[in-house]
Design a protein around this ligand. Sequence first.
Ligand code: NAP
Length: 249
Amino acid sequence: MAKKVMVITGGSRGIGAATAQLAASRGYAVCISYVSNASAAADIVRAIENVDGQAIAVRADVAREEDVLGLFEACDEAFGPVTALVNNAGVLDKATRVDEMTAERLNRIFITNITGSFLCAREAIRRMSHKHGGQGGAIVNLSSAAARLGGPGEYVDYAASKGAIDTMTIGLAKEVAAEGIRVNAVRPGVIYTDIHASGGEPGRVDRLKDMVPMKRGGDAFEVARTILWLLSEEASYTTGALVDVTGGR
Ligand code: NAP
């Protein structure tokens, strides 16, 4: 069987870390990136190696093109060309209204969440596409329910960046469909991870959970299982799909 090699951006914590562990348990060699938390990334690599999986961690800011190039080169060297990409790295900023947002904040959100995902997709396609001599592959982009809810009063900027990810998923899926590559997106709702603390409200999931039809927040592994399904042969005729993992919200 062909070797399964996954790149997961932002694999040191949260949904990316859960995806890395699940992927390794299903036979993928996993290359995770992180931007600042080297010890969290090392913990995930150790956890994977402890159960006889294969993983490396690479410091790579997806907002910096040279870092993205280095991430995929490190993966090439360690495991060979990527066959599955999870465009997971994403950031938000403190909850605020649009009339308070600085250009610096907007640029940071957009370059990380949008440009970063495009750059990683580009590098993956250069290795996966039949057009480039590759064996095919699959990409999953992390969007958000915020793309359709809009994030009013909290982070319309972040929500808009995820709207761009939805559009990118639809367009790119069609662009590379005949080249052996499937492209899908997962749109999580409120999931228990550190991202809410970075928005200034660590207890945000518990505040919102009663608005979720299932009356609870999600677990990172519940998102990871959907990502792994979309990347697998079980989803062989699914491309350009935006899959909500939101407890019905
Ligand atoms: P998280 O817990 O805050 O973890 C973020 C991860 O991304 C960390 O591994 C972090 O690395 C990495 N990262 C941040 N900026 C980066 C950059 N510039 N370059 C490379 N890596 C970077 O986030 P999460 O909640 O798991 O979210 C993962 C994805 O799901 C994001 O795209 C997010 O928008 C989306 N999502 C999350 C939720 C939710 O409720 N949690 C809902 C909808 C969508 P360090 O450890 O080095 O900081």
